[in-house]
Design a protein around this ligand. Structure first.
Ligand SMILES: Cc1ncc(COP(=O)(O)O)c(C=O)c1O
Length: 367
């Protein structure tokens, strides 16, 4: 049997009766957009993130767009982020008419190198968007210190980091706002698209809620030009059920990661480095190898799936050619993109599958 990268069916089957009942009730309620199940989910998700508020949105991308707009990011502004991320982080900055300004990553954590943020600040800088890539929080204390001193907003891209912690604080409650994705394969996955914006500020939460629903607090009265960025009722129903299980799944991911760490020791790959003051939630378990493509081909020949998150840094994507970047501008991000390989990782992953992955990597290492 092949080893899949993830197995969404295994998770569905483990909670099928609860999900099926919640979805059937939702259908009967006909609250297909927002509604009481979305509100119930928001009431569970905010405290889970140690945040005062959570507003569901139509995706992680719309969550980022809403958060940036709520902070007042607009045309001509600059927003600092990392090029080693999913395209959505930079795209959302662009949707506001603002420009992403990239800062290279720290090669150990794969997250923004905080020592390089300050030189990237200009009079046009409005905000910083650290990405908690793969489920490990960025180094938030220095980021907050710089942001406070320089009068900048902080939006956490926590799309891959539900439940991750930095020095005892949960992501989504550390910056001004936090943005989550519930794309099906995420640590907390909807059965379709979904996202959320968290914040401790009642004012920012209100701004997000108004913007996600056509800029209207009351029907037919549009205070601002808003969007159709609402979370569907069916996703609220599914996500509310899943909140009872998210901690168990997160701990299961951490067990899978610990097993990989141990079983891959002495092989030719570099395993991820979990920093001691953080709770890494392993959305992605990414190893490094100088011969990555050969390793991926070897695993594939052994029936083992793998992924690359992400093969081309955002500053080298054609979509952002207007920024005028070239190869060599962000060497650590480029080196990471060329050497990373994401191994199969999901809470229900059987031990035998993990053993097969480790055996295959050791066999390749011995070649
Ligand atoms: C780091 C990061 N930011 C933003 C997003 C966008 O989320 P979504 O796909 O829900 O729009 C994703 C998800 O793919 C992501 O991994």
């Amino acid at each position: 049997m092949n080893v899949p990268y993830a197995d969404l069916r295994a998770q569905y089957h483990s909670i099928k009766p609860e999900i099926d009942e919640a979805v059937l009730q939702l259908l009967d309620s006909t609250q297909f957009v927002l509604g009481s199940r979305v509100a119930a989910f928001e009431d569970l998700f905010a405290p889970y993130c140690h945040a005062a508020h959570a507003a569901g949105s139509s995706s992680g991308t719309s969550a980022l767009h809403l958060a940036l707009l709520a902070l007042g990011v607009g045309p001509g502004d600059e927003v600092i982020t990392t090029p080693h991320t999913f395209i959505a982080t930079a795209a959302a900055i662009g949707y506001c008419g603002a420009h992403p300004v990239f800062v290279d990553i720290d090669p150990v954590s794969f997250n923004i190198d905080v020592s390089k943020i300050e030189p990237a600040i200009t009079p046009n800088t409005k905000a910083i968007v650290p990405v908690h890539l793969y489920g490990q929080p960025a180094d938030m204390d220095p980021i907050l210190e710089i942001a406070t001193r320089r009068g900048l907003g902080v939006v956490e891209d926590a799309a891959q980091a539900h439940g991750a912690e930095y020095r005892g604080r949960r992501v989504g409650s550390i910056g001004d706002l936090g943005c989550f994705s519930f794309y099906p394969g995420k640590n907390l996955g909807a059965y379709g698209e979904g996202g959320a914006v968290t914040t401790n500020s009642a004012e920012l939460d209100e701004a997000v809620r108004v913007l996600r629903d056509w800029g209207a607090r009351e029907k037919h009265h549009h205070e601002v030009k808003g969007f159709n960025y609402r979370l569907e009722g069916i996703q609220g129903a599914v996500l509310a059920v899943k909140m009872a299980h998210i901690e168990r799944w997160t701990e299961a991911r951490r067990v899978v990661a610990a097993r990989y760490d141990e079983s891959l020791a002495g092989s030719a790959v570099v395993t991820p480095h979990a920093l001691p003051d953080r709770r890494h939630v392993y959305h992605v378990y990414s190893v490094r190898s100088d011969d990555r493509d050969a390793l991926a081909a070897h695993l594939s020949a052994d029936g083992i799936a793998s992924g690359i998150h992400y093969p081309t840094p955002v500053h080298l994507q054609p979509a952002f050619a207007e920024l005028g970047h070239g190869r060599g501008d962000f060497p650590e991000a480029e080196a990471a993109a060329a050497s990373i390989l994401s191994l199969p990782m999901y809470p229900e992953m059987p031990v035998e599958f993990q053993e097969r992955v480790a055996e295959s990597i050791h066999a390749w290492s011995a070649k």
